[in-house]
Design a protein around this ligand. Structure first.
Ligand code: F6R
Length: 605
């Protein structure tokens, strides 16, 4: 996913374009560029790599524009390089793009046949040529823009400048979000609210198929049918202020420590303030369903996998969890009384969105459990199930994950009560447990110094295994994902009992095994698996509570977290594994917040 900013300003825009791109860098960071209208002509500056590299280019050659666009890229078509960096231009048109144009090869061939020459490998340059060729037929800018959009198949958010059209930026949205920001005599376009956050808190979200012309002090929005559209302007919270690192070295570290607040805010939407009982928000009637289907990707899918245990055990509600990229391409057999829940931080992940749409088309009730409440999933689902983690900037998900877990755990308790599986006293007891989550999570981050101390040794490993049983198994998968994505150490999560069916062959003195096992009904079984590892010389790090620590095998390094009810254990034991991955990545000198090859949200298939 790439980041987009466009500004029709009253004063020079270079510094603001850069400020915004830095806030958007979490969306993609392999190259960046800006362009602006200077005396009727468009000038462009681009650089491969991080925004820092673009700043160096601008220091040598400033952009003296008051109208401009900027882009930070996550490569899809074409390698990360200056040549493929946005903005792309053709003739009078210079534009930036987020998304993928599926029919770009066919369009490119047709344009090449007309004699047009391409300087990059991107699909975006094709849009610029197409738009320029429509302008060349004599069409007015808006008509030429619409004619261009009509020829594109795929997903896009666009911001375009036209030479000879000072004071104008055109934008469009299909498949990728785009917001319009209303300033004081100035206008903005951004790929999300954070892009325009430093400049205004008055924004409007374009709808699918909308396109827009922004000029000083005004925005004309048209729907896909070319009718003038009136989209509501909303006041957004001071999101921009929240996205500073403050006293922390990395956003990931800050976000790990924000988890008590993130979970507290999230749970406030799932606990009735009067009765104190867990409840589903927004009128969702959990008694109306005989099955739950969770679709999600990556970390969000592990939150779903943990929730499956809770929905089935507490509420007796059959629950399937599937990776959205697989779900969307098979033909799942689902009963009409299935509640489909898409779990997503961004609410924009392409595969999760497609799975949600599939469920909608199959006439299922759909819910979006998302952190971005204006996202496409939030708007398309029947019911919004919000998490309130605040903006998550670190590419590795932390506070969004625990917020998802908090919301899903509360929903499982609410479902158990709604379905009559638990009595009022038990509902009150379980709801009371939920209120302990913020305190317990704060307590579990206190293992930070111990995790930091483990990092130098762990950072030397080539492979690391994570083991867990029950709800701790998906948490082991999440632990392995965290470590591999930010430290580039190969890591795998396994169900502890599955070890002897193959993976045990990997155990040797150089392969650390991290066991996540707070005491509880499954602890003894996991102990046996630990003994199997110990007998083969595998170094063990056991993350457990005080009761578990007392039974730890000799030689294991033991990290002691808080004692809590098993219902809360996945939430409470998430921060320790996040901290471990974080300190190993720091030890290795890796780029924690922007790991190689990744982007915060994947809006392509
Ligand atoms: C890993 C991570 C990813 C995301 C996944 C889904 O730390 O962040 O695995 O969880 O890309 O993203 P969302 O939740 O935005 O749908």
């Amino acid at each position: 996913m790439c980041g987009i900013i466009g500004i029709v300003g009253r004063a020079p825009v270079q510094a603001r374009l850069i400020d915004s791109l830095k806030r958007l860098e979490y969306r993609g960071y392999d190259s960046a560029g800006v362009a602006g209208l200077v005396g009727g002509r468009i000038e462009r500056r681009r650089a491969a790599g991080k925004i820092r590299a673009l700043e160096d280019v601008l220091a040598a050659s400033p952009l003296e524009a008051t109208v401009g666009v900027g882009h930070t890229r996550w490569a899809t078509h074409g390698a990360p390089s200056e040549r493929n960096a946005h903005p792309h231009r053709a003739g009078r048109v210079t534009l930036v793009h987020n998304g993928i144009i599926e029919n770009f090869a066919e369009l490119k061939a047709a344009l090449a046949a007309e004699g047009r020459v391409f300087e990059s490998d991107t699909d975006t340059e094709v849009i610029a040529h197409l738009f320029d060729s429509e302008l060349a037929t004599g069409l007015a800018p808006l008509a030429a823009f619409k004619a261009t959009l009509d020829r594109l198949t795929g997903a896009y958010a666009l911001a375009a400048l036209i030479e000879g059209e000072d004071g104008l930026i055109l934008g469009a949205r299909r498949g990728s979000p785009l917001v319009v920001g209303y300033g004081d005599g100035e206008m903005f376009l951004g790929s999300d609210a954070l892009a325009v956050g430093p400049f205004t808190n008055r924004i409007c979200y374009l709808e699918e198929g909308d396109y827009v012309a922004i000029r000083a002090g005004e925005a004309q929005i048209f729907d896909a049918g070319q009718r003038l559209a009136n989209r509501p302007v909303r006041l957004v919270s001071a999101a921009a202020a929240l996205v500073e690192k403050g006293e922390y070295r990395h956003f990931m570290e800050k976000e790990i420590h924000e988890q008590p607040d993130a979970c507290q805010h999230t749970l406030s939407a799932y606990i009735d303030p009067v009765s104190g009982l867990a409840t589903a928000p927004n009128g969702l009637d959990l008694a109306a369903f005989d099955r739950i289907q969770i679709v999600a990707c990556g970390t969000a899918s592990y939150a779903g996998a943990i929730a499956r245990y809770q929905f089935e055990r507490l509420a007796g509600l059959p629950c399937d969890v599937e990776t959205a990229s697989e779900f969307r391409y098979r033909e799942p057999a689902l009963s009409s009384k299935t509640l489909a829940i898409a779990v997503s931080q961004s609410g924009e992940t392409a595969d999760t969105l497609a799975a949600l749409r599939w469920c909608k088309a199959a006439d299922l009730t759909t819910a979006a459990l998302v952190n971005v409440h204006e996202s496409t999933m939030a708007r398309e689902a029947d019911v919004l199930l919000p998490t309130h983690a605040g903006p998550e900037i670190g590419v590795a998900s932390t506070k969004a994950f625990t917020s998802q877990l908090a919301a899903l755990t509360a929903l499982a308790v609410a479902a158990a009560a709604a379905r009559g599986r638990i009595d009022a006293a038990e509902a009150a007891r379980l709801s009371g447990l939920l209120r302990e989550v913020p305190r317990l999570i704060a307590q579990s981050t206190r293992v930070e110094a111990e995790m930091r101390a483990l990092a130098p040794e762990l950072a030397k490993a080539r492979d690391v295994l994570y083991l867990g049983r029950g709800e701790m198994f998906p948490l082991a998968l999440e632990g392995a994902l965290k470590l591999k994505e930010i430290s580039y150490i190969h890591a795998e999560g396994y169900a502890a009992g599955e070890l002897k069916h193959g993976p045990i062959a990997l155990i040797d003195a150089a392969t650390p095994v991290i066991v996540i096992a707070p005491s509880g009904p499954l602890f003894e079984k996991t102990m046996s698996n630990m003994s199997e590892v110990a007998a083969r010389g595998g170094p063990i790090i056991l993350i457990t509570d005080a009761a578990g620590a007392a039974l730890a095998p000799a030689g294991a390094k033991v990290i002691i977290g808080p004692t809590c009810d098993p219902l809360l254990a996945p939430l409470v034991y998430a921060p320790p594994i996040q901290l471990l991955a974080y300190y190993v990545a720091v030890q290795k000198g890796a780029d924690v917040d922007q790991p190689r090859n990744l982007a915060k949200s994947v809006t392509v298939e």
